[in-house]
Design a protein around this ligand. Structure first.
Ligand code: FE2
Length: 186
């Protein structure tokens, strides 16, 4: 995933338009970040797996790396909606985020490995704290800090997930705050 280039916007289906309207109401309540993330996850839930949510182009992967389709960036910068398409085995870096985040698996299966940062003399290392397998139809929401993780497509087919971030991805290009290249355990 790039960290600086702005992303092109794409067309949306009517169902995705409805989802954006629901997210606007949820985010507009102005609750703390962790609660907003959970509300956004609840918005995603009824749309996961629906065949009319994404266009064919938005379900298309890229052999080079997992692919990001920006479905919406709210003009006031309060949230963005992204569809990520992963071919089998594709994964992110170990990273954390600029903002709260809600995710839902639309198709396939993803596995998240979570880490915590442990001081190690003058530097630090990452210790894995657990793996979470997310099949299609599952959601989660979280807010920094303590959100270091790595996500991969752990299934045998294409995986597609929806991500809502409390940031303007049309401007930022990515939700990633930092990519970690420290030694890892686990
Ligand atoms: Fe992430």
């Amino acid at each position: 995933m790039t960290t600086s280039a702005a992303l092109p916007r794409v067309d949306r289906t009517e169902r995705a338009d409805a989802l954006v309207a629901e997210l606007r109401l949820a985010v507009g309540r102005g609750l703390p970040p962790d609660l907003t993330a959970h509300l956004a996850a609840e918005c995603l839930l009824p749309h996961l797996g629906a065949p009319d949510l994404l266009t064919g182009a938005q379900l298309t992967g890229d052999a080079a790396q997992y692919r990001q389709h920006l479905l919406h960036a709210e003009p006031d910068g309060s949230f963005s909606l992204v569809a990520l398409v992963w071919l089998p085995g594709q994964h992110t870096s170990v990273h954390d985020h600029l903002s709260w985040c809600a995710t839902g698996v639309h198709l396939g299966e993803e596995t998240e490995r979570r880490y915590r940062l442990v001081p190690d003399g003058p530097t630090a290392r990452l210790v894995a704290t657990g793996d979470v397998v997310n099949p299609s139809g599952t959601v989660c929401g979280f807010a920094p800090p303590g959100d270091i993780h790595r996500v991969r497509n752990s299934g045998t087919g294409t995986a597609v997930s929806l991500h809502v971030y409390g940031a303007d991805l049309a401007r930022l290009g990515s939700s990633i705050r930092r990519v970690y290249q420290l030694p890892t355990e686990g």
